[in-house]
Design a protein around this ligand. Structure first.
Ligand SMILES: [Zn+2]
Length: 110
């Protein structure tokens, strides 16, 4: 009888020990989860904040656009310039070149 009691106590102690170690593991996992949540939060914030990347790439040189059918030249962003058909489009590297060829500035250049 005593042997049985001892065995029962032993196995209960074993269960207690197992429970304790399970608790510790759960605690560890919860801590790690918290850490991960924090990391995710930081990363999400980073994604939300736009990073301004400064590049050393020189901005495209301004070019001027004219057409065979008129004597005006434009910046490329000018709505009029955008309407010029490829066939009749003339591109000038500088204002000087355009003016040398007899073109005058459009309103978009004033
Ligand atoms: Zn224009």
């Amino acid at each position: 009888m005593k042997q049985i009691e001892e065995n029962i106590i032993k196995s209960f102690n074993g269960v207690k020990y197992d429970l304790a170690s399970i608790h510790t593991k759960i605690y560890e996992i919860m801590n790690k989860n918290e850490e991960l949540e924090r990391t995710v939060f930081i990363l999400q914030n980073r994604l939300r904040t736009p990073t301004i990347i400064k590049t050393n790439v020189k901005s495209k040189k301004t070019r001027y656009v004219g057409t065979k059918d008129s004597n005006k030249y434009h910046i490329e962003a000018c709505p009029y310039a955008k309407n010029i058909k490829k066939k009749s489009k003339i591109i000038f590297g500088t204002k000087k070149i355009a003016e040398k060829k007899g073109y005058g500035p459009c309103k978009c250049l004033k």
